[in-house]
Design a binder for this molecule. Structure first.
Ligand code: ADP
Ligand code: MG
Length: 241
């Protein structure tokens, strides 16, 4: 389904990995358009090309051929440095393993992208505290990762992704390390962010997680096998005691 203003559009994207004289065609011609504000789950068996696709969408890698427009800009052929700039301005990333610095509190973990962006200390603190409040951790600013539950750690990671005010949030198996109850909490948070206008693209192999998305794209052998839109289930977190 085409939106009036797609945040991203892939046209016939091919990715070939070369290992010596062996070629792996990880993506064989992906065409995909995602409208601003959409909530998309990408599914597919292991080895189907999901991570390769996310790496290209996330400007961490470039297609072998094909076009990639991100927020209206053709990024497929950009040199690495410019690609990093576009990435920092447009995208937020969340991973299965939260990737937080262990001996660093929540506030400083969330500040990190702003340090790289050259934002001044006071403004950094303010924005990091705001992002943590947005994910419901306004009272955990000085907890270190090992003093937080898995779900809270993932929320810190989401705050870190949000702090640079991305337009598109990319999440590769964001609930992969969480129990089902905590997964629902994280999905409820992602849905709330979606309602506030953020575009969310997540990879999951769990149908239980994909049902919270408004659109499910199934990848098989490097091709889009199906692309369906449906009424998403609303994630309702259990009230904790
Ligand atoms: P998924 O995330 O769906 O499990 P991947 O995108 O990781 O799939 O992998 C798709 C295919 O590309 C697989 O056959 C995998 O072995 C291959 N592949 C992935 N990354 C590389 C790489 N860096 N070099 C060579 N082959 C790769
Ligand atoms: Mg993968």
């Amino acid at each position: 389904m085409e939106s009036a203003s797609p945040i991203l559009a892939l046209e016939d994207v091919v990715k070939v990995y070369r290992l010596g004289d062996v070629e792996v065609r990880a993506l064989r011609g992906i065409t995909l358009s995602v409208g601003a504000g959409d909530f998309v789950a990408i599914m597919g068996a292991s080895g189907s090309g999901k991570s390769t696709l996310m790496n290209i969408i996330g400007c961490l890698d470039r297609p072998t051929s094909g076009r990639y427009l991100l927020a209206g800009r053709d990024v497929a052929g950009l040199p690495k440095g410019r690609l990093a700039e576009v990435r920092n301005q447009t995208l937020g990333f969340v991973f299965q393993s939260f990737n937080l610095l262990p001996r660093t509190d929540a506030l400083e973990n969330v500040e990190l992208p702003l340090i790289y962006a050259g934002v001044r200390a006071r403004e950094r603190r303010r924005r990091a505290a705001e992002a943590l409040a947005q994910v419901g951790l306004g009272d955990r600013l000085h907890h270190r990762p090992n003093q937080l539950s898995g779900g809270q750690q993932q929320r810190v990671a989401i705050a870190r992704a949000l702090v640079s005010r991305p337009r598109l949030l990319l999440a590769d198996e964001p609930t992969g390390n969480l129990d089902s109850r905590t997964s629902v909490e994280v999905m409820a948070l992602l849905q709330a962010l979606g309602r506030s206008g953020l575009t969310v693209l997540l990879v999951t192999h769990e149908a239980d997680i994909a049902r919270y998305a408004a659109r499910v794209v199934v990848i098989r052998d490097g091709l889009v096998q199906s692309d369906e839109r449906r009424a998403p289930e609303v994630a309702v977190p259990e009230v904790s005691a």
